[in-house]
Write a protein that binds this ligand. Sequence first.
Ligand code: MRU
Length: 345
Amino acid sequence: MRTIDWVEQAAGDGAVVIVDQTALPHEVRFVTLAAVDDLVDAIQRLAVRGAPALGAAGALGVLLAARQGGREGWSDDDLAAALDRLRRARPTAVNLAWGVDRVARRLPDGEAAVADEALAVLEGDVAANRALATRGADLIEALCGRRMGQGGPGLRLQTHCNAGALACVDVGTALGVVRALHERGRVARVYAGETRPLLQGVRLTAWELDEMGADYRVVVDAAGPSLIARGLVDAVVVGADRVAANGDVANKVGTYPLALAAARAGVPFVVAAPESTIDAATPGGDAIAIEDRADDEVVAWQGRRVGPAGAQAVNPAFDVTPCDLVTAIVTERRVVRPAAGDRPG
Ligand code: MRU
């Protein structure tokens, strides 16, 4: 099962198919998106989410636009406007714009070239995740050597949000690393932050950990740093939405406090992300646009207001972890150590 894919339909038409992540874990529901604005809407309501999956959505969205434009007789301006809506559907994960731009460059070469490029983005994501999962597992084994000896107690890992197969085309980044360690028999327990306000941790990461048969506990976000302080965590491993050239890392809000606690406790803080998440054009975290989401996600619960009428919220979806707190960034090609002065961009 891929989180996002392309299906050919009758008469040369095609559509994007996603697993609707708003329905999980209770229902595995596939949604077919045959128009660019349906895909934009799916991205904005987080039916498809996670940086690499957004890269795939951007890539397939260009193919979708090419097909829809042909069907509906779009002008060049119509096509450009549709791609712009797609590119801007969410601002923080650089992969979305990366996927759109990579495939849009092939538009002058015709639809077959666009299709090839879009599908290559999906294959590339799976291959990148496999490679970085192995490299990340090797790194964490090396960093946490003392608990890894034969018959050792095994690792206690902490993660945040969902950086699993659901956040990618398949496999996962941070959760791909966890899976690789689990398959080596190295994992004693995984702590998963519940991820307020949209609960990607308890809904999605818990579901993936359950499927893989790992021992896990969900913790409220505010408890994560104190678990680290209490000595219950051997390594933190998270994904990223954008890595700036200097190694600052934007990821789901609540990541930064984990990094602070990890640095203070001397626990490795590892970021697992494909090269497509590294944005050499963004010099540092200050330049990363942080998505602000609606008040209702915070002051209401399942459609019912829980705060007083008129209560407003500040609802940033991401935070930035400064590079000096990042022990390592693991990609499909390399390990970069920002806290030691390495720069990825
Ligand atoms: O708002 P979301 O659910 O799209 O946020 C996702 C995250 O913050 C992930 O950790 C990140 O995209 C990496 S996914 C491999």
